[in-house]
Design a protein around this ligand. Structure first.
Ligand SMILES: Cc1ncc(COP(=O)(O)O)c(C=O)c1O
Length: 372
């Protein structure tokens, strides 16, 4: 459809990566890793070279999110998906209630549901709608998703829970960028291949004293079999000594730390403001063009990390996406595959610049308008 299309040179973004994860890792971070030469990669994760980076990440996150000093940052292998199971196995006492609004929040609910010794309840809204969640009598864990990556919905407020309830927040794709008072959560967890510009495979959980106490209490109940890799006591003890239970990917830790240093220089508030400005650009663009519309109609739930924009059926987005990928000009703007919509899903993660988003929107408009 676009075979003979000539891409206007002034609309070519400086970086082609607009995907919602794995996300844009700045080339400078790759160079910084290269510069560590023989003193980082290939070193034991039980030695200072690596433990110091883990400590910098832990301290950096405590500072960035301004959480009380009795919180603990715990890390492990397996990504956020592993935590779905780990939380159900070792943090839920009797019952979890999950508030779901898309693919990832549903996946978390389904994982919890498989654990035979807990009760699991789902409160859902259709895909494309938002839900904030609330305290539920009889539930000792409330599960919410900060940014539903599949649909581009973010929480507009955190549920308030009582002293006996754990508030668990999957912050995988919004963590660090979407508004959230982490000191009001008990387990705020994410994988670092989104806003934190690193690679996959790692999980990071910021845990409140309440969550740490719950994990220890449940670990003492020997009737539950929990594999060692998902055992909270192992994870917490290692976190206390700036380590992970088993060997982590060292490059992933390195990139995460580089990104956190950059974000800490700006501060969480400023990062959110920059993200909001990009969101205003994308949603404003969608609202200004007759052939585009915002998939998320409820404005308060529109994500400032991932924008989902529907396109008139006269132009097939797959043709646009395939052409731009073939030309190596734009990567990763496909809608979430299972949604099956004629949709662009564009990441606004911290490293994606405002000016590149301006070019991207200009380019997409020019291509679509050439066919209408
Ligand atoms: C909201 C959300 N939760 C969980 C996950 C799973 O993360 P991982 O693949 O690192 O396990 C993702 C991945 O995209 C996500 O977007």
């Amino acid at each position: 459809m676009f075979d003979n299309y000539e891409i206007p040179q002034n609309l070519i973004p400086s970086d082609p990566r607009f995907g919602s994860g794995p996300s844009l890792v700045p080339v400078e971070y790759l160079s910084a890793l290269l510069k560590t030469g023989v003193h980082y990669m290939g070193t034991s994760h039980r030695k200072p070279a690596i433990k110091n980076v883990v400590k910098e990440i832990q301290d950096g996150l405590m500072k960035y999110f301004n959480v009380p000093s009795d919180y603990l940052v715990v890390l492990g292998n397996g990504g956020a998906t592993l935590l779905f199971d780990m939380i159900a196995l070792g943090i839920v006492e009797k019952k979890a209630t999950h508030f779901t609004c898309g693919e990832f929040s549903e996946k978390w609910f389904k994982s919890s549901k498989l654990v035979p010794w807990i009760e699991t309840e789902q409160v859902s809204v259709p895909f494309g709608k938002g839900i904030n969640g609330k305290s539920v009598s009889g539930s000792d864990l409330i599960a919410v998703t900060l940014n539903e990556t599949s649909t581009g919905v973010q929480l507009s407020a955190l549920p308030v829970v009582d002293a006996n309830t754990i508030l668990a927040v999957d912050a995988t794709s919004g963590g660090g960028q979407c508004p959230c008072d982490v000191s009001k959560t008990d387990i705020y967890f994410f994988s670092p291949q989104k806003v934190f510009a690193s690679d996959g495979g790692l999980w990071i959980a910021i845990m409140s004293p309440k969550a740490l106490a719950r994990a220890k209490k449940i670990a003492a109940d020997k009737s539950r079999y929990v594999p060692d890799i998902m055992n909270w006591t192992n994870a917490i003890t290692n976190g206390e000594s700036n380590q992970t239970y088993n060997t982590p990917a060292l490059a992933t830790l390195f990139f995460m730390n580089e990104q956190l240093k950059v974000m800490n220089l700006l501060g969480y508030e400023e990062v959110q403001k920059l993200a909001q400005r990009k969101a205003d650009l994308l949603y404003g663009w969608a609202e200004s063009k007759p052939y585009l519309s915002c998939y998320i109609e409820e404005k308060e739930f529109r994500s400032i990390a991932v924008a989902t924009i529907d396109v008139d059926s006269k132009v097939n987005v797959d043709d646009v996406i395939k052409f731009l990928e073939k030309k190596k000009v734009v990567y990763g703007i496909d809608g979430y595959r299972k949604l099956g919509r004629n949709q662009f899903r564009i990441s606004m993660f911290h490293n994606i610049s405002y000016s590149d988003l301006e070019k991207l929107t200009g380019l997409l408009s020019a291509m679509i308008e050439s066919k209408l």
